[in-house]
Ligand binder design. Structure first.
Ligand code: GNR
Ligand code: NI
Length: 172
């Protein structure tokens, strides 16, 4: 199955608000399959459709550990319907901002409601890396990046670094 090209900072598509999926068709299932392939190939533990340039509210994730069986998940039109008051800190990274990692604080536990690949409404409650990752992915659907939670100094520093890299790539 084909992998797709990733979109990198400072591509303005990363700031779009993605549109809800109105029906879970074969096209949507095809998108999900390409996203899972792209995510595993990267490798990453999550991916939002906009990271391959598709502004639809679709995310994939797999937070299983190396010694565990694969646990691919596809969430369509995901919504956080509850989040804990307790927060937790994880060092986050993003496939669209390669090789940059910083601590981000988010709700430690969430309940997410979504459509699965059969178009059924489902809910999952999770904490740990799942909670962090699903919030990171839903942020992508709203044009939000994890660097938006950092100090302005850090955000501007990394943004400038990627702007320069993009200009270099344009030149050569
Ligand atoms: O692969 C990824 N790892 C990761 C680690 C900590 C917190 C969030 C993530 S998501 C990231 C893949 C990605 O960019 N998804 O949008
Ligand atoms: Ni990301």
């Amino acid at each position: 199955m084909p992998t797709r090209d990733l979109v990198f900072l400072p591509d303005p598509r990363l700031r779009l608000t993605s549109a809800p999926v109105d029906a879970v068709t074969d096209d949507v299932r095809g998108l999900v399959d390409d996203m899972l392939d792209t995510m595993y190939a990267a490798p990453g533990i999550g991916l939002a459709a906009i990271q391959i340039g598709v502004p639809k509210r679709v995310i994939t994730l797999d937070v299983s550990k190396k010694d565990e069986p694969k646990a691919p998940l596809a969430l369509i039109n995901p919504e956080i319907v509850w989040s804990s008051e307790a927060l937790s800190v994880y060092e986050e990274g993003c496939l669209s901002i390669p090789e940059y990692y910083e601590d981000v604080e988010r709700p430690a536990e969430v309940v997410v409601r979504f459509l699965d690949r059969d178009g059924q409404t489902r809910e999952i409650r999770g904490d740990g890396l799942f909670a962090t990752c699903v919030q990171h992915e839903i942020d992508h659907l709203n044009g939000v990046l994890f660097i938006d939670y950092l100090s302005r100094l850090k955000r501007e520093r990394v943004t400038k670094r990627f702007q320069k890299a993009a200009k270099r790539d344009e030149r050569d």
